[in-house]
Write a protein that binds this ligand. Structure first.
Ligand code: NI
Length: 186
Protein backbone atom coordinates (compact mmCIF):
# COMPACT_ATOMS: atom_id res chain seq x y z
CA UNK A 1 0.00 0.00 0.00
CA UNK A 2 1.35 3.40 -1.01
CA UNK A 3 1.31 5.77 1.97
CA UNK A 4 1.34 9.59 1.92
CA UNK A 5 4.71 11.13 2.80
CA UNK A 6 4.83 13.75 5.55
CA UNK A 7 6.35 17.04 4.50
CA UNK A 8 8.84 19.33 6.21
CA UNK A 9 7.05 21.17 9.02
CA UNK A 10 5.18 18.06 10.22
CA UNK A 11 5.64 17.28 13.93
CA UNK A 12 6.29 13.57 13.36
CA UNK A 13 9.48 14.42 11.45
CA UNK A 14 10.86 16.19 14.53
CA UNK A 15 10.09 13.50 17.10
CA UNK A 16 12.65 11.00 18.39
CA UNK A 17 11.24 7.67 17.18
CA UNK A 18 10.82 4.70 19.53
CA UNK A 19 12.47 1.32 19.09
CA UNK A 20 9.99 -1.28 17.93
CA UNK A 21 9.27 -3.68 20.81
CA UNK A 22 8.90 -6.58 18.32
CA UNK A 23 5.59 -7.63 19.90
CA UNK A 24 3.90 -7.60 16.47
CA UNK A 25 6.41 -8.74 13.87
CA UNK A 26 3.76 -9.13 11.19
CA UNK A 27 2.92 -5.44 11.53
CA UNK A 28 6.60 -4.52 11.17
CA UNK A 29 6.96 -6.61 7.99
CA UNK A 30 3.75 -5.06 6.59
CA UNK A 31 4.96 -1.53 7.40
CA UNK A 32 8.33 -2.19 5.74
CA UNK A 33 6.59 -3.57 2.63
CA UNK A 34 4.46 -0.42 2.45
CA UNK A 35 7.52 1.79 2.97
CA UNK A 36 9.40 0.07 0.11
CA UNK A 37 6.38 0.46 -2.18
CA UNK A 38 5.98 4.12 -1.18
CA UNK A 39 9.71 4.81 -1.70
CA UNK A 40 9.72 3.25 -5.18
CA UNK A 41 6.49 5.01 -6.18
CA UNK A 42 8.06 8.36 -5.24
CA UNK A 43 11.37 7.48 -7.00
CA UNK A 44 13.20 7.81 -3.69
CA UNK A 45 16.31 5.95 -2.56
CA UNK A 46 15.41 5.79 1.13
CA UNK A 47 12.55 6.21 3.56
CA UNK A 48 12.27 6.24 7.34
CA UNK A 49 9.08 5.28 9.21
CA UNK A 50 8.48 8.82 10.59
CA UNK A 51 8.15 10.01 6.97
CA UNK A 52 4.98 7.92 6.68
CA UNK A 53 3.77 9.11 10.09
CA UNK A 54 5.01 6.15 12.16
CA UNK A 55 7.38 7.21 14.94
CA UNK A 56 9.37 3.95 15.01
CA UNK A 57 13.04 3.17 14.40
CA UNK A 58 12.61 1.50 11.03
CA UNK A 59 14.19 2.45 7.69
CA UNK A 60 14.57 1.23 4.13
CA UNK A 61 17.21 2.17 1.52
CA UNK A 62 17.62 1.17 -2.11
CA UNK A 63 20.39 2.31 -4.43
CA UNK A 64 19.26 0.67 -7.66
CA UNK A 65 18.06 3.96 -9.20
CA UNK A 66 21.45 5.58 -8.50
CA UNK A 67 23.68 3.22 -10.45
CA UNK A 68 24.41 5.84 -13.16
CA UNK A 69 26.38 7.82 -10.59
CA UNK A 70 27.24 4.97 -8.20
CA UNK A 71 27.63 1.64 -10.06
CA UNK A 72 28.55 -0.05 -6.77
CA UNK A 73 24.95 0.44 -5.58
CA UNK A 74 23.59 -2.13 -8.02
CA UNK A 75 21.54 -4.54 -5.91
CA UNK A 76 21.95 -2.45 -2.78
CA UNK A 77 18.78 -2.74 -0.70
CA UNK A 78 18.47 -2.88 3.08
CA UNK A 79 15.54 -2.95 5.49
CA UNK A 80 16.52 -2.13 9.07
CA UNK A 81 14.62 -2.43 12.34
CA UNK A 82 16.02 -0.67 15.43
CA UNK A 83 19.34 0.28 13.77
CA UNK A 84 22.16 1.89 15.76
CA UNK A 85 25.67 3.01 14.90
CA UNK A 86 28.50 1.00 16.43
CA UNK A 87 31.17 2.97 14.54
CA UNK A 88 31.37 6.30 12.71
CA UNK A 89 34.65 7.29 11.06
CA UNK A 90 36.32 10.59 11.86
CA UNK A 91 37.03 10.96 8.17
CA UNK A 92 34.12 12.71 6.50
CA UNK A 93 32.88 13.09 2.95
CA UNK A 94 30.61 15.66 1.37
CA UNK A 95 27.91 15.21 -1.26
CA UNK A 96 24.53 16.55 -2.33
CA UNK A 97 21.43 15.15 -0.62
CA UNK A 98 17.70 15.49 -1.04
CA UNK A 99 14.69 14.09 0.80
CA UNK A 100 11.16 13.03 -0.16
CA UNK A 101 9.87 15.09 2.80
CA UNK A 102 11.63 18.22 1.48
CA UNK A 103 10.82 18.19 -2.26
CA UNK A 104 12.86 20.12 -4.83
CA UNK A 105 15.62 21.05 -2.40
CA UNK A 106 19.18 19.80 -2.20
CA UNK A 107 22.23 20.71 -0.21
CA UNK A 108 25.81 19.58 0.15
CA UNK A 109 26.12 17.68 3.44
CA UNK A 110 29.25 16.47 5.24
CA UNK A 111 28.99 13.12 7.07
CA UNK A 112 31.30 10.39 8.37
CA UNK A 113 32.66 8.49 5.37
CA UNK A 114 32.36 5.02 6.93
CA UNK A 115 29.93 3.57 9.44
CA UNK A 116 29.10 0.29 11.13
CA UNK A 117 25.46 -0.38 11.92
CA UNK A 118 23.82 -2.97 14.15
CA UNK A 119 20.21 -3.73 13.18
CA UNK A 120 17.56 -6.40 12.81
CA UNK A 121 16.66 -7.51 9.29
CA UNK A 122 13.12 -8.46 8.27
CA UNK A 123 13.75 -12.04 9.46
CA UNK A 124 14.52 -10.36 12.83
CA UNK A 125 18.10 -11.63 12.76
CA UNK A 126 20.78 -9.43 14.29
CA UNK A 127 23.16 -8.01 11.69
CA UNK A 128 26.27 -5.88 12.09
CA UNK A 129 27.47 -4.42 8.83
CA UNK A 130 29.99 -1.87 7.50
CA UNK A 131 29.03 0.70 4.89
CA UNK A 132 30.99 3.31 2.96
CA UNK A 133 30.45 5.64 0.03
CA UNK A 134 26.94 6.69 -0.91
CA UNK A 135 25.42 3.67 0.88
CA UNK A 136 26.81 5.00 4.18
CA UNK A 137 25.37 8.41 3.37
CA UNK A 138 21.91 7.03 2.56
CA UNK A 139 21.77 5.10 5.84
CA UNK A 140 22.98 8.08 7.89
CA UNK A 141 20.35 10.32 6.26
CA UNK A 142 17.60 7.82 7.20
CA UNK A 143 19.04 7.26 10.72
CA UNK A 144 18.83 11.03 11.25
CA UNK A 145 15.09 10.85 10.52
CA UNK A 146 14.73 8.47 13.48
CA UNK A 147 16.13 11.20 15.73
CA UNK A 148 14.00 14.01 14.31
CA UNK A 149 16.91 15.44 12.31
CA UNK A 150 16.58 16.52 8.66
CA UNK A 151 19.42 16.92 6.17
CA UNK A 152 18.91 20.67 5.86
CA UNK A 153 19.81 20.91 9.58
CA UNK A 154 23.37 19.93 8.58
CA UNK A 155 23.62 22.42 5.69
CA UNK A 156 25.89 25.44 5.97
CA UNK A 157 24.31 28.53 7.56
CA UNK A 158 24.48 30.34 4.20
CA UNK A 159 22.75 27.48 2.38
CA UNK A 160 20.10 27.26 5.12
CA UNK A 161 19.39 30.95 4.79
CA UNK A 162 19.08 30.59 1.01
CA UNK A 163 16.59 27.76 1.48
CA UNK A 164 14.51 29.33 4.24
CA UNK A 165 11.85 30.77 1.92
CA UNK A 166 11.40 27.46 0.10
CA UNK A 167 11.25 25.58 3.40
CA UNK A 168 8.58 27.95 4.70
CA UNK A 169 6.62 27.30 1.51
CA UNK A 170 6.79 23.52 2.02
CA UNK A 171 5.60 23.95 5.63
CA UNK A 172 2.54 25.68 4.21
CA UNK A 173 2.05 22.92 1.63
CA UNK A 174 3.08 25.13 -1.28
CA UNK A 175 4.93 22.44 -3.20
CA UNK A 176 4.24 20.20 -6.18
CA UNK A 177 5.08 16.52 -6.04
CA UNK A 178 4.28 13.51 -8.19
CA UNK A 179 3.54 11.54 -5.01
CA UNK A 180 0.93 11.91 -2.30
CA UNK A 181 2.02 14.09 0.60
CA UNK A 182 0.65 15.13 3.97
CA UNK A 183 1.20 17.98 6.39
CA UNK A 184 -0.16 18.56 9.89
CA UNK A 185 -2.68 20.96 8.34
CA UNK A 186 -4.14 18.73 5.63
NI1 NI B 1 14.91 12.08 4.05
Amino acid sequence: MILPIYLYGSQVLRAVAQEDDLSDREAVVKLIGDMVETMHHADGCGLAAPQVGVSKRILVVDGNDLTDRFPELKGFHREMVNPRFTFESEETSSYEEGCLSIPNIDAEISRPARIRVHYLNTDFEEVEEDFEGFAARMIQHEMDHLDGILFVDHASPIRRKMLSGKLMGITKGNVRTRYRVKTDKK
